[in-house]
Design a protein around this ligand. Structure first.
Ligand code: BG6
Length: 478
């Protein structure tokens, strides 16, 4: 379904995110027919460049980071026709009038801040003072949204000086992932799961976002941030909210975001015995974290595992185990809901222990598996075995969904549609920092150093112990 015609201005249009995600994503939406003929995309950045130069850059970004299945020959040339560029000085007056000259009346107008958060204030102010933005315009901001509660509050205050909350779209790209949205469909579209979705039936929940990549060229940023700020405060927290929240009354922005906020506010402070930090070590073949970030004494974590509790009626007593890290054995993002044992076994004890586990694979091979217990085939008596009811979304839904839209594509189209459901509200972000800040402060005050772990493993031994102590096991990272 095509969206309304729009003018989208991307600040930081020559940057990494724009080249990797935003511009190729917009091109794929163009190919899919979702973008109307009179959409306009305006790149803005500090670099002096003309439109031809920028179009060349966009073409290269598309070549490198992918067009889509529907992108036929010749579409790129057509797409480039709707792309323009203007050099703009975020901190000064240069370029703003020229940029304004590109904007048309009567169209949806959105400004994407794909820049360092330190520029948000300057951009917001100039959008208003030069008259580019009005009360209907939308602004899109990227993470990191602050590095602690105080800075997040300051950013919110700065943005709100110029824009109302319903004009601000804070991106957490995990919310744009197809399977993450599927989580809501599974929970609230089926009768089967919701009655069992509570402490009475659920033994524990595991959320894993494991990556094989290292910190890449982002060492400077990452070393100041670490896995807690980079992944847990936003992506894992959002997954936790979607899995734990009460059913919202409607699938509408504030209905959903109110429920997520309640989850974050109900999280207990985490006992420091229940958190393990790790940092990948060097081995014979490759350098470790400290070399990657060029900081030989870095005590920043590239891995974190923790046990948390949500103090509310639904979840009291059910632990949530979270873990994420870089340089791990596999790229697996998964949420597993592990149900309790049946209250009484009518089979003899040799049948062993069996549990239903619902696992939702976010990536790769998006899908869902439900482990159910059945009789092992054969004449050997009543021996039980767990088998997966396994569904790959791609297989189940057929070839038309083979190409799942990238999270950014989906989210940018939602901005144009004016739908904030999959964007974080200011109070959510602040609540998430209010929960993470004391954890980080605790590490600092105790002078805690992360445990080294070998690349290609599941993280430090202590992370395994975190579960073993409770008589539980992490699911495998494949
Ligand atoms: C980003 C983090 O927000 O998410 C990165 O800054 C991380 O460190 C990335 O690698 C993971 O995203 P995805 O979509 O590849 O799972």
């Amino acid at each position: 379904i095509p969206v309304e015609p729009f003018d989208l201005v991307i600040f930081g249009a020559t940057g990494d995110l724009a080249r990797r995600k935003i511009l190729p994503g917009l091109f794929r939406r163009y190919c899919s027919g979702q973008m109307p003929e009179d959409a306009r995309i305006l790149g803005a950045a500090r670099s002096e460049m003309d439109t031809a130069g920028f179009r060349q850059m966009v073409a290269e970004a598309v070549a490198e980071f992918g067009g889509g299945r529907h992108c036929e020959d010749g579409t790129l040339e057509q797409f480039l026709e709707i792309v323009d560029y203007e050099a703009v000085d975020a901190m000064g007056d240069g370029g703003w009038e020229a940029l304004k000259g590109h904007l048309r009346g009567g169209f949806v107008r959105a400004f994407y801040f794909s820049v360092a958060p330190s520029l948000f204030g300057a951009l917001a102010e100039r959008l208003r003072s030069f008259g580019l933005a009005d009360d209907d315009s939308r602004v899109v901001v990227e993470k990191p949204f602050g590095h602690d509660l105080e800075s997040a509050k300051a950013l919110n205050a700065t943005l709100r000086q110029h824009f109302a909350e319903d004009q601000i779209y804070r991106i957490d790209h995990y919310l744009g992932k197809e399977t993450v949205q599927n989580l809501m469909a599974v929970r609230f579209g089926n009768m089967l799961f919701e009655p069992l979705w509570n402490a009475q039936y659920v033994d524990h929940i595991q959320i894993t976002v494991a990556e094989t990549v290292d910190v890449g060229g982002r060492g400077g940023y990452y070393d100041k941030s670490g896995a807690m700020r980079d992944m847990v405060q936003n992506h894992l927290m959002q997954l936790l909210c979607l899995i734990a929240m009460e059913p919202p009354a409607r699938f509408e922005p504030d209905s959903v975001r109110d429920e997520k906020l309640k989850v974050i506010r109900a999280l207990d402070p985490v006992d420091y015995h229940h958190i393990v930090r790790g940092q990948y070590a060097a081995d014979d073949h490759q350098p470790g974290y400290r070399v990657h970030v060029e900081n030989p004494r870095s005590t920043t974590e590239s891995f974190v595992a923790m046990k948390c509790h949500i103090s509310n009626w639904r979840w009291a007593g059910t632990p949530f185990y979270l873990r994420t890290g870089k340089k791990l054995r596999g790229r697996t993002s998964e949420i597993a809901v592990v149900f309790k044992d049946a209250p009484h076994s009518i089979f003899d004890s040799e049948s062993g222990r069996h549990r239903n586990v619902l696992s939702i694979r976010l990536q790769p091979n998006e899908g869902m598996t439900l482990d159910v217990t059945i009789k092992e085939p054969g004449p050997g008596g009543m021996r039980l075995v767990d088998v997966p009811l396994d569904m790959s979304f791609a297989e189940a839904l057929g070839p038309e969904v083979e190409e799942v839209p990238d999270a950014y594509e989906r989210l940018i189209m939602d901005v144009i549609r004016g739908n904030q459901t999959l964007f974080m509200r200011g109070d959510e972000v602040e609540a998430a920092w209010a929960w993470t800040d004391p954890i980080i402060a605790g590490w600092q005050s105790r002078g805690e150093v992360p445990k080294p772990y070998d690349a290609g493993t599941a993280g430090p031994e202590d992370a395994l112990m975190l579960m073993h102590r409770d008589g539980r096991r992490w699911r495998e990272i494949r």
